[in-house]
Design a protein around this ligand. Structure first.
Ligand code: NAD
Length: 372
């Protein structure tokens, strides 16, 4: 199979879909890989790093799209890429089709087969191609939170790790899932006082088991939440109710009660945010001050660390890409249920219920496609 890796062209997107190690894996399985010139630059990967792996570095996006059977990208097709979509092409990337009727309709009308990173789902319900980005966002929350606390950004001028003879800062993490647990590990490693709240006791037990006495684990209820938040230097919002808006845990009144110059990093902002005062920001203008609290509410946090994010993402996507290339369609879907759940559109027919429902379009049962 010919695998194409175009350069990402969406604003603020600097990741690339396959690293040189990933290219080597495809080549060793007998496939050909075309990487667009400069595709890795945003992630610090030079063209010559791809050269040595057996990839062909192509001069233009047109060359990559025209020859590829399978396009691997990070983001959904952009309008300038629509003319490249065609019947027989398999497209594999983050798609979020239920949020974009335009992209859904164009993929259908061009009879493309589209597999979405975010809907690949294991038997236990987990989403293996979303996990790495939650991990990155959780770890990054401490880095940006520490920056928010610096005086020139409106923060309290607190160093989270403290100094000898000086108390460390207090970090309060809401949600002990993937992002929250990763934030917790980094906060504890920095030497901050850390408390973490969740409604799920098994999530708290896991944190308690791995970090022991370095972290205080608390059930998330009104009393605990208020007591912790008003005493915090940095609050990190990392809550999620799957398929719903983030729960509003911090009312404006509670934010007002926080210390002046405290910081709130609301990772859950991509699901609406966990504070009444949260509103989406971008990497160009990541923070604003409201109720004397520095808010950081960037919806695509991993984009600011494209090198790490590229490696974390491609570690997770590679095996699925290889399976599609090795087995072809529909065999790959037949033999891997997780991958089949990632199929959103097959040959122009919508196979994902969420996407069909979102726009009132016809749904073709997955079974029909897989057995075909
Ligand atoms: N901003 C970004 O760039 C970015 C990047 C990656 C992920 N995210 C978002 O971060 C959020 C967390 O993702 P995740 O992968 O860690 O999810 P997750 O499902 O692993 O964890 C969410 C946790 O929130 C807990 N929770 C739910 N209601 C709660 C409540 N009332 N109080 C306390 N805890 C509660 C759940 O029990 C769960 O443990 C999601 O909204 C995700 O979309 C944002």
């Amino acid at each position: 199979m010919i695998i194409g890796v175009p350069k990402e062209i969406k604003e603020e997107e600097k990741r690339v879909a396959i690293t040189p190690a990933g290219v080597s894996a495809f080549v060793s399985h007998g496939h050909r890989v075309l990487v667009e010139k400069g595709a890795g630059l945003g992630s610090g990967i030079l063209d010559r790093s791809y050269d040595g792996t057996g990839a062909t570095v192509a001069d233009s996006a047109t060359e990559v799209w025209r020859q590829a059977d399978l396009i691997m990208k990070v983001k959904e097709p952009q309008p300038s890429e629509f003319p490249f979509l065609r019947s027989g092409l398999t497209f594999f990337s983050y798609l979020h089709l239920a949020a974009s009727e335009e992209v859904t309709r164009i993929l259908c009308s061009k009879k493309v087969t589209a597999v979405a990173y975010e809907t690949i789902q294991l038997e236990d319900g987990s989403l293996p191609l979303l996990t790495p980005m939650s991990e990155v966002a959780g770890r990054l929350a401490l880095q940006v939170g520490a920056w928010c606390l610096q005086a020139e950004n409106g923060g309290r001028g607190i160093l989270l790790g403290g100094a000898s003879g000086v108390r460390p800062g207090k970090v309060v993490i809401l949600g002990a899932g993937i992002a929250g647990a990763n934030a917790c590990q980094v906060a504890a490693g920095m030497g901050a006082y850390v408390s973490i709240l969740d409604v799920n006791p098994s999530k708290l037990r896991y944190i308690h088991d791995i970090l022991g006495g370095h972290v205080t684990t608390l059930m998330s209820n009104r009393a605990n939440l208020e007591e912790e938040v008003v005493d915090a230097d940095l609050v990190i919002g990392a809550v999620l109710i799957p398929g719903a808006k983030a729960p509003r845990l911090l009312s404006r009144t509670l934010v007002k009660l926080m210390k002046p110059g405290a910081a709130l990093v609301d990772i859950s902002i991509d699901q609406g945010g966990c504070a009444e005062t949260s509103r989406p920001t971008t990497h160009h203008y990541p923070i604003y001050v409201e109720e004397e609290v520095v808010h950081y509410c960037v919806t695509n946090m991993p984009a600011i660390v494209p090198n790490t994010s590229t490696y974390a993402l491609t570690n997770a996507t590679l095996s699925y890409g290889l399976e599609i290339a090795d087995k072809g369609l529909p065999k790959a879907f037949k033999e891997n249920g997780a991958l089949a759940r990632g199929l959103n559109i097959y040959d122009g027919k919508i196979t994902h219920a969420g996407v069909a429902t979102a726009f009132g379009l016809a749904l073709t049962p997955l079974k029909e496609v897989i057995s075909g």
